[in-house]
Design a protein around this ligand. Structure first.
Ligand SMILES: [Zn+2]
Length: 684
């Protein structure tokens, strides 16, 4: 607690400093060279380099002109730059391309090494953490890279010679491209946006405040009273909204009397969404509260207090994140809204494709079947909070203590885990040769947190696996997490060392790396030489996946619709936003959940805290579930080692093309829906 506050202060302190030094003596940040000037230069260049280069010249000049600022040079200097830095001979262009590959790998690879070192004390169990460690931790090593690449004209040279392709073009033409063409497209992608450092800084400050608001939004559960004045929750239980509240709903399925506690938490969530929650109940335990009647008393007394609501803070922060994105919009030439940036540059799946996928999940007939299964298991009608039903769990075959003992004997310390990486990988199906190759490129560090996998950004550097091993040796939970991280590390090695062009290193987005991590994690008992033969385990896991995906698909749709509403109503403000969020959440509920739950007009889908502080990130969870399921499903009866390497060395294509090559069809929820239908029959 103390440490995180300190970290926040050091971030704000550093960014504050940064702001002052940047805004002093800053010139005009608007970009662009007049069309007429561009045309003159294009004509001169065609004359100099030949008519056959006309198309490349037109594209290149336009790409540079759109991002050129007055402090980059006069129109005459712009002209000279274009005439001197356009490469029309293929052999020279090849050399330029190679320079970018080599030098950007050196730049990002070494910055990454510095960053890893600066974060070392915070991430790795390596002695005391001092205030100076937080300062190094908050130092943003990448803050000026983009600015410097433009100022030095390196970025402009890339833009003058290599065209940018919009997502639609990549989707249509990409299938026919050579690997080199893909690498060139990715190179140009790196310079699409020229957002001034102070603008990104301002944006990230707004998000930091929103995140801080969310991080400190706790409910003291012992202070909640039902209509009889009873306290249903133990003293000291403090839950963060919404994760902690949601997880408590999940946990209460297994407890006697859980239903009443779930109903109470549900009421709290509704009060948070509507902002009727008394301000004194946020992050404080000085008052008692009946969330059903919204009455408040001084703690432990009959003395009533005014139930003054929280002053719309939730939606103030949300609205500010929209304003933060509006700051960036003018500098994002190809994708001028957050919606465009999220879908076209980060996810790289078209908005309409994502929306169609969400609706496919939400309207899958199997949802009704799963809902009936849940009703039978609960012995009651569904309540809205059963979107978080948590009862599809296989009973473990081995006692946790037994597993702890096996793991502890085998991995008494970090060194033992690192030394046995080759054996672990061979158990997963990797050949001796591949297991040695991978093990030589992964190093294991003792972690402060639960676990973490951090890949390298230049060849020759190693991926780091962080795992937490207590004094008396690794326990089973730790081993299970370490297997997850190892899945990430193996992907990281293949997608850096095995990919033919540096510009193509990596995976299309984080969902792809999570898929491999889950595959490894799921096979943890195999690695220990233990067998599993519960015929229902697989079916239960599939039903759990499908129900979770159904839940988050609705929340994703709400998140997307709210951002559309904000861009349609840029003058609205936080108060109208509050109304819009509740209206949209209720509409989505009535369309896709009311038919399943038999309850109408529920705003619950608006409880997600991510909406407030992460700028339309939620659809990534749904896409992640779908992609991970698709890859895992495909790998089930295949050679994991060979297939994983084949998939990974494709590098960072678009998700749809990557998936097409990997499993023979584009990203699709169909495998999950089909598997869920089979699973329903197994469990019935
Ligand atoms: Zn992970």
């Amino acid at each position: 607690m103390k440490q995180s506050t300190l970290l926040l202060y050091s971030i704000l302190f550093l960014t504050g400093l940064f702001f002052v030094s940047c805004s002093n003596g800053k010139g005009d940040l608007s970009m662009g060279i007049p069309d007429a000037v561009q045309h003159q230069i294009i004509d001169k260049m065609i004359e100099k380099f030949g008519e056959e280069h006309k198309e490349r010249i037109q594209t290149g000049v336009k790409q540079v002109a759109e991002r050129w600022r007055s402090d980059d040079g006069t129109e005459e200097e712009f002209e000279n730059f274009c005439l001197e830095n356009f490469y029309h001979k293929q052999d020279e262009l090849d050399l330029v391309f190679d320079r970018f590959q080599t030098n950007l790998e050196a730049l990002y690879g070494n910055l990454h090494r510095i960053n890893r070192q600066f974060m070392w004390q915070l991430h790795v169990e390596a002695g005391p953490v001092l205030p100076i460690d937080y300062m190094f931790g908050a130092y943003n090593i990448y803050a000026h890279v983009s600015d410097d690449l433009f100022r030095s004209k390196i970025a402009f040279t890339a833009l003058l010679n290599f065209p940018i392709y919009a997502l639609e073009e990549k989707t249509v033409k990409g299938e026919q491209w050579t690997r080199r063409q893909w690498a060139e497209a990715r190179l140009a992608d790196g310079f699409v946006n020229r957002v001034p450092a102070e603008v990104s800084q301002q944006r990230s400050e707004i998000y930091t405040y929103a995140d801080d608001y969310i991080t400190h939004y706790n409910i003291y559960m012992h202070n909640l009273l039902n209509d009889e004045g009873d306290r249903l929750f133990p003293e000291g239980l403090r839950l963060i909204s919404h994760w902690g509240l949601r997880d408590e709903i999940k946990a209460q399925y297994a407890n006697p009397g859980g239903l009443e506690r779930q109903q109470m938490i549900y009421r709290v969530m509704q009060r948070i969404i509507s902002q009727e929650i008394p301000a004194v109940m946020v992050n404080d335990n000085e008052a008692d509260w009946n969330p059903f009647t919204n009455e408040v008393w001084k703690t432990g007394t009959q003395e009533t207090l005014p139930a003054e609501p929280e002053p719309n803070t939730r939606y103030e922060h949300f609205w500010k994140t929209f304003e933060a994105e509006k700051l960036v919009d003018p500098y994002s030439l190809i994708n001028p809204t957050l919606i465009d940036r999220r879908f076209n540059t980060q996810r790289e799946i078209l908005e309409e494709d994502v929306e169609a996928m969400l609706i496919e999940i939400l309207t899958a007939p199997v949802i009704q079947d799963i809902a009936h299964l849940i009703e039978n298991r609960l012995g009651r009608n569904l309540e809205p909070f059963d979107i978080w039903y948590d009862g599809f769990k296989a009973r473990g075959q081995y006692a946790e203590e037994e597993l702890d003992r096996i793991v502890r004997n085998r991995f008494p310390a970090v060194e033992a885990f690192e030394a046995q990486l080759p054996q672990i990988l061979r158990r997963l199906g990797f050949s001796r040769d591949r297991a040695d190759y991978l093990s030589a490129r992964i190093t294991v560090d003792p972690s402060r947190g639960a676990g973490h996998a951090w890949g390298a950004r230049m060849r020759g550097d190693k991926a780091h696996l962080r795992t937490r091993i207590p004094e008396d040796g690794m326990d089973y939970k730790g081993f299970n997490i370490a297997m997850h991280e190892l899945g990430h590390n193996v992907e990281q090695v293949f997608t850096l060392e095995g990919v033919d062009y540096y510009a193509l290193s990596g995976v299309p987005n984080t969902a792809f790396t999570e898929a491999f991590a889950f595959v490894f994690q799921y096979r943890d008992l195999d690695v220990l030489g233990l067998t599993t033969d519960d015929p229902e385990a697989d079916a239960l896991r599939t039903l759990n996946d499908m129900w979770n995906t159904y839940e988050i698909a609705g929340v994703s749709l709400v998140d997307m619709s709210v951002w559309r509403w904000m861009y349609d109503n840029p003058g609205a403000g936080a108060r109208q936003l509050r109304e819009a969020v509740q209206r949209i959440a209720t509409e989505v509920w009535n369309e896709y959940y009311a038919p399943v739950f038999g309850v109408e007009d529920v705003s619950l889908l608006a409880i997600y805290s991510h909406m407030i502080s992460l700028g339309m990130y939620i659809p990534d969870y749904t896409i992640g579930h779908v992609i991970a399921f698709q890859i895992e499903d495909y790998l089930k009866d295949k050679d994991l080692a060979a297939e994983m390497e084949r998939m990974c060395i494709q590098g960072r294509l678009t998700p749809q093309l990557w998936m097409q090559n990997a499993v023979g069809s584009p990203v699709s929820a169909q495998p999950m829906i089909d598997a869920a239908s089979k699973a329903v029959r197994v469990i019935e």
